[in-house]
Design a binder for this molecule. Structure first.
Ligand SMILES: Nc1ncnc2c1ncn2[C@@H]1O[C@H](COP(=O)(O)OP(=O)(O)OP(=O)(O)O)[C@@H](O)[C@H]1O
Ligand SMILES: [Mg+2]
Length: 308
């Protein structure tokens, strides 16, 4: 534990996450449901029946294992469990990051407490979670001045990163959500050509993810899509603008010295946050999450048509 430090690059969510010295890994404090989700995912057969299709696992950060911090002080009276995951930002130099929470229904009927259920119903009704099945939870963008209201953002002067907080996403509506998504892609000094390519690549990924989720029997309440792209133009030039839609399988390389795969990544899309997720064999796909992805696909398609 003493070799770990605070993870600085969260787009949203709670504190308490950690990373190692090389920042290869991401440690998240979790409760039992999230541990169960990751271990069940690991126990599933690798890949789907059809090898050409992506499986759910391909969209989720690699799960390395579980780390338990013993409470040696006796003060907290309990141990903290961390899932140890691949750090999705590995290989990026100056990533821009956006967290979008999926679903109209933000709670799991089987586990939610009454007070929490009421609160989450209200959050959904008052935001694009309810109208579109997704909501921007936060963004973290590198060194870019925007006209946004100051109550929505905070500048970290040490790193020059701006964090756009949850109140920005909560105040978006069906009429201005497209601009909010555009904003995320516009907040860099990358060439226009790259910006359009990025939006097109994320559209392809969303379509592929939609197909994966149609074949997956899970319920993922309050999980998120994490969008990441490189804003350092020199990395795009170095890699000849070759932004892979899906990174190669990096399972065996994750702890290797071989950095090739990570060095090749210029943008990526992943599912994260399984605190309220579970496998539901025989119950069909997660309609609640699919609606949000459908609406995102529509917005990215519109964007693409505007750029033609
Ligand atoms: N594997 C990962 N690699 C890099 N960054 C990550 C990874 N997983 C999550 N993050 C970052 O951390 C943030 C918070 O993660 P997550 O959503 O899992 O936690 P949370 O919302 O605090 O969780 P919970 O709902 O369990 O309280 C995300 O918005 C994202 O920016
Ligand atoms: Mg989250």
């Amino acid at each position: 534990m003493e070799n770990l430090h605070k993870f600085e690059h969260q787009a949203a969510g709670h504190e308490g996450t950690l990373t190692d010295e090389d920042e290869y890994l991401f440690f998240k404090p979790v409760l039992k449901q999230e541990i169960d989700f990751y271990s069940n995912l690991n126990n599933q057969l690798a890949g789907s029946v059809d090898d050409n299709e992506l499986s759910l696992k391909d969209w989720i950060p690699k799960y390395i294992g579980l780390l338990t911090e013993n409470d040696t002080t006796g003060l907290k009276k309990e141990n903290i469990n961390y899932v140890v995951l691949e750090n999705l930002l590995r290989g990026f130099r100056k990533p821009n990051i956006m967290d979008i929470k999926l679903g109209k229904i933000l709670y799991d009927e089987q586990t939610v407490t009454l007070g929490k259920k009421e609160r989450l119903i209200k959050v959904s009704n008052d935001t694009t979670s309810g109208s579109l099945g997704f909501r921007i939870c936060g963004m973290r963008v590198y060194n870019y001045s925007t006209e946004l209201d100051h109550s929505y953002m905070e500048l970290d002067e040490d790193t020059n990163y701006i964090t756009i907080n949850k109140f920005y996403g909560r105040s978006r509506t069906i009429d201005n959500i497209d601009e909010a998504i555009d904003l995320f892609f516009s907040m860099s000094n990358l060439d226009e050509k790259i910006k359009h390519k990025l939006a097109a690549n994320f559209l392809s990924r969303l379509q592929l993810l939609y197909n994966t989720l149609l074949d997956s029997e899970v319920r993922m309440y309050s999980s998120s899509l994490l969008f990441i792209y490189e804003t350092d133009q020199s990395r795009w030039e170095f890699l000849d603008y070759q932004d892979d839609i899906i990174p190669d399988d990096i399972e065996d390389e994750i702890l290797d010295e071989d950095e090739t795969t990570y060095c090749k990544t210029l943008s990526r899309l992943n599912l994260i946050d399984f605190a309220h997720s579970r496998f539901t064999p025989g119950e069909g796909p997660d309609e609640n999450v699919l609606v949000g992805i459908e609406n995102l696909i529509r917005i990215f398609e519109k964007e693409k048509n505007c750029n033609k």
